[in-house]
Design a protein around this ligand. Sequence first.
Ligand SMILES: Nc1nc2c(ncn2[C@@H]2O[C@H](COP(=O)(O)OP(=O)(O)OP(=O)(O)O)[C@@H](O)[C@H]2O)c(=O)[nH]1
Ligand SMILES: [K+]
Ligand SMILES: [Mg+2]
Length: 421
Amino acid sequence: MDLIFAEASPPGRGGVSVIRLSGAGARAMLERFAGRVPEPRKAVLRLIRDGDEQLDQALVIWFEAGSSFTGEEVAELQLHGAPVVVRRVSAALQAAGCRQAEAGEFTRRAYVNGRMDLAAVEGLGDLLEAETEAQRKLALQNASGGLSRKVETWRQMLIRAGALIEVSVDFADEDVPDDVPNEVFHILHQLRSEFSGEIDGFHAAERLRKGFEVAVIGPPNAGKSSLINRIAQREVALVSDISGTTRDIIELRIDLKGLAVTLLDTAGLRESNDQIEAMGVDRARNRALTADLRLHLSSTGQVDDSLWSDGDIAVTTKADLAAQNTGMAISSVTGAGINQLLDELYERLSLRVSGAGLVSRQRQLSAIRDARDTLQQVDDLPPEILAELIRQTAVSLDRLLGRIGAEEYLDVIFSSFCIGK
Ligand SMILES: Nc1nc2c(ncn2[C@@H]2O[C@H](COP(=O)(O)OP(=O)(O)OP(=O)(O)O)[C@@H](O)[C@H]2O)c(=O)[nH]1
Ligand SMILES: [K+]
Ligand SMILES: [Mg+2]
């Protein structure tokens, strides 16, 4: 593959800017600009020159083909972190025949060269986008091969089951039914239950990865927007004493003790002759129904039963105006009760991620579901059929890791990466 380069650090001013090169010819390019090629994986300080002109002084690292991120020859230049330096060095590399990499192209090469499977690539993509602790942990597990190792264990179990069947078949006498060893059924049952476990943990893992949606709902003037602003500590939404101030849904993304949560400010729920307000109320209802949890706000403690679900929280607002308060009461003016509300919300959401597995994408889920369905009914089946089911299960696992059937996902996955990764 041709020689590509890109700035691997974020564009802009900083301590260091990293330019990475990958592909056949990276070694020659390094020699040309930095002189003698250092020992692999040893950072050395070199002058970067373009002919007679000195471009920068940089730490240079050399990785041999087969032991780099992409699997190809890779060179890294840690330049002084000024955009003008990066521009100058990039121009020199381009003039020397290197091509500017596309988004995700380094990772794509790592995948194509078998350095990473698709599950690890997806984990890496999630890691680069992670905003909270819970997202970082899940993503890092997958980026560092957590799901891949699990699948490898499953594959070994399938191989063993297949081998046990093979030795049990008596090819000499085709009329006598062969006994399939019990261990085969034992392995297949265990696999099925492990697949089911991952499927059961999908919803939680997906929530960890994408975050939760929590709708703040209630009648007009309940104080919904005021709560959102108080949590955001800035004026995210308009607040006024006019009923029907909020129309569109306003999203506020927060890090709730490590959980990614999007709070939705919504239009006050009421019948309205104002066409625009009515559209807002429709949106509010629809989003409230699809949200993971609802905070039902009102100054009287009333809730809208048609939107109530288990796990929702009823919140009495404007506690500063009431003589006494019961239940979950908050004031967006004084801040009273808001930390308790967020603690309660965290408790409820964290319960829902407790069983999270490693499978956190629809693509992965569909593959593992197929694997589980293939092994749904294995008891009393003859060896030839069992052998075929084992083969099909292995195919589903290959799909899970992107060893086959990945083509349609590749462009989507890699285009979401940044340039330089
Ligand atoms: N005293 C007091 N007033 C509050 C409190 N929260 C909100 N308000 C007032 O109540 C009025 C309505 O507040 P909003 O936050 O706009 O209410 P909302 O539920 O978003 O209203 P809509 O968007 O119209 O549905 C405003 O005048 C706020 O200043 C509170 O905790 N205490
Ligand atoms: K209002
Ligand atoms: Mg509002």
